[in-house]
Design a protein around this ligand. Structure first.
Ligand SMILES: Cc1cc2nc3c(=O)[nH]c(=O)nc-3n(C[C@H](O)[C@H](O)[C@H](O)COP(=O)(O)OP(=O)(O)OC[C@H]3O[C@@H](n4cnc5c(N)ncnc54)[C@H](O)[C@@H]3O)c2cc1C
Length: 450
């Protein structure tokens, strides 16, 4: 038993301090650039453990960080010298198939939740890759394959069990603590530690239609124009992302890819896939019937844990020809094969939720432009970071100040990012923060200063 364990006598989970077995592994998150050393890591196994950890940290003036899936590229799940509340052992998922609901603990990953819900032919919007945490993704928004049909992940929340800054536990829902429930849906980790989430589920699959098509290098601009036209009239069944990537064969060829998910009937879904193939010369065709759980994990290998990540993103109301030109030029100049430019399209159910229904502001149809710097070789650090910054600067004429809180970069001023991300909701969020966390105990996030 590590010497640090008696610190919290009632704690059921594991407490790790520097030097303990497992500490080095536990302090690491998805982004290999993040190299912080918490004084303590409390690996909780229940809600009472979380409450103990919050009380201990506040009593000892230790900065708190909260780790759900550990996927945030900003690395805010880890504190330097403080106490990390690690939920990675809290992964249980209980599906009530008759009620079409699921309750999932705060450390579950999307592939773990999807596996359980799909046993019953049910699903909820989750991230496009399976290795992302349910908690951070949902609290910030939750863009994913099913969003055009079922809304963002957070639009499907029925309740959240939260440990507040004073260590007390509440269940926030439309009926209980409605202000807190509103704020949790978009406000990220600002309001407490989410121990469990209750989601509404929808019948889906197991088969959907989708996957990825990649096109010959000269077709990049034409592919983006074709995709833009298709998405302008896309119905709720189609969700799609355009990605300017490097061929995975090591050739370094710069190719455009269109990834898609269609939840509708086979004839309509196949017609949509045929439409995508018509954008250019297809060099790789992996579009077709695909189990939802496979779709959700097909790209996991493209984002390996421990790779270095530096991202920037912003909302782009239109994908103009001028923006396509900048994207194509930046794609050609990309220094690392694992990096990419991704463009997510928002429409359908996401945009029908009234702006003031939740704290999340991603309700306008349009595009989310994402400059993804990702690399393994340290020699690529400087050129890739410079490429991300330069590309993002060149995109400024086409984007708004609004950005998705879950993509805020490592080096950004999170207070400024919060104002930009929350826009008209910022002051209401600030008032709720004053009520539930006046001391700003939970500040390692895109922070709403009380
Ligand atoms: C490869 C990759 C793919 C991605 N794909 C998508 C995508 O398809 N759609 C999308 O919307 N986003 C996507 N994201 C972004 C993702 O939403 C964020 O990284 C999100 O923060 C991940 O949640 P997590 O629990 O894994 O994060 P963590 O790093 O564990 O936590 C991030 C922050 O969330 C808060 N938090 C986490 N857990 C809790 C909790 N239980 N209670 C309270 N606060 C908590 C904390 O503030 C913490 O600092 C992707 C990221 C990566 C790296």
């Amino acid at each position: 038993m590590p010497a640090s364990e008696p610190l919290l006598p009632s704690f059921r989970g594991q407490i790790l301090a520097p030097g303990d077995d497992g500490y080095e592994q536990a302090r690491r998150v998805h982004n290999g650039m993040i190299d912080k050393r918490p004084a303590l890591i409390t690996r909780c196994v229940g809600v009472a453990d979380i409450a103990d950890a919050v009380r201990y940290a506040t009593a000892h003036w230790l900065e708190i960080s909260v780790r759900g899936g550990g996927h945030n590229v900003g690395g805010r799940a880890v504190t330097e010298g403080g106490l990390m509340i690690d939920l990675s052992a809290m992964k249980s998922v209980h599906v009530d198939a008759a009620a079409r609901t699921a309750v999932c603990e705060g450390g579950a990953l999307w592939r773990e939740l999807n596996r359980e819900t799909q046993l019953h032919g049910l699903a909820v919007t989750g991230g496009v890759v399976g290795s992302t945490g349910v908690a951070g993704l949902t609290l910030g928004g939750g863009l994913g394959w099913l969003m055009s049909k079922f809304g963002l992940a957070l639009d499907n929340l029925l309740a959240v069990t939260v440990v507040l800054a004073d260590g007390s536990v509440v269940r926030a829902s439309a009926a209980h603590h409605p202000d807190l429930f509103w704020a949790l849906r978009g406000g990220g980790g600002n309001f407490g530690v989410a121990a469990a989430f209750e989601f509404r589920l929808h019948p889906l699959g197991p088969l959907t239609t989708g996957g990825l098509a990649a096109f010959a290098p000269p077709d990049t601009r034409a592919v983006l124009r074709g995709w833009r036209a298709m998405m302008a009239t896309a119905g709720d069944d189609l969700t799609s992302v355009a990605a300017l990537i490097s061929a995975p064969d090591g050739s370094g060829a710069k190719i455009a890819g269109i990834a898609a998910c269609h939840t509708g009937a086979q004839p309509e879904a196949e017609a949509a896939m045929a439409h995508i193939r018509s954008f250019g010369t297809v060099v790789h065709d992996a579009l077709g019937p695909i189990p939802y759980t496979t779709l959700n994990t097909m790209m996991d290998g493209d984002y390996p844990r421990g790779a270095h990540n530096y991202w920037k993103s912003a909302f782009m109301p239109e994908l103009s020809d001028a923006a396509i030109e900048v994207l194509a030029e930046a794609h050609a100049a990309c220094p690392s094969g694992m990096s990419q430019l991704a463009i997510e399209h928002l429409h359908g159910a996401v945009c029908r939720v009234p702006l003031d229904a939740t704290a999340c502001t991603l309700r306008t149809a349009g595009f989310n432009a994402l400059v993804v710097g990702q690399w393994q070789d340290p020699a690529l650090s400087a050129p890739t970071i410079a490429w991300v910054r330069e590309t993002f600067a060149r995109l400024q004429p086409f984007v708004t100040r609004q950005q998705y809180v879950n993509y805020v970069a490592t080096d950004e001023d999170t207070n400024a990012a919060a104002r930009g991300a929350y826009g008209p909701h910022f002051e209401r969020l600030q008032a709720i923060k004053r009520q539930y966390d006046p001391g700003n105990v939970f500040h390692l996030n895109v922070n709403i200063v009380p």
